[in-house]
Design a protein around this ligand. Sequence first.
Ligand code: H2B
Length: 113
Amino acid sequence: MNAPLSEQRCKPCEGGVAPLSPNEAQSLMKQLNEHWQLAEDGRSIRGEWKFRNFYQAMSFVNAVAHIANTEDHHPDLEVGYGYCRMTYNTHAIGGLSQNDFICAAKVDALPRT
Ligand SMILES: C[C@H](O)[C@H](O)[C@H]1CNC2=NC(N)=NC(=O)C2=N1
């Protein structure tokens, strides 16, 4: 049995491996919370969060940035007053890897205010 995604660490990825298949991606989606959606083309996952104000949104996004820095795997972020939207994919392979799901699970494990 593998460790939960949120306890795994990202592995450096510089290409040369196949992206996850749609079936593999669908199966990993079950370990993420309801914020996340698998893109129709199966090449990215996207999440949206609502917050009471700018402070809460920025606090969340700073914690997400910390995950990105410690895992060396980086989301695309849109953030503003009361909202954050986030997309993960693995640029090096033009699709999804386990790294995307590890980071998404770590985002899900963040404490919410
Ligand atoms: C070696 C290291 O894994 C790569 O440079 C990382 C950095 N962060 C990254 N982030 C994302 N989202 N995709 C990548 O392919 C990627 N590559």
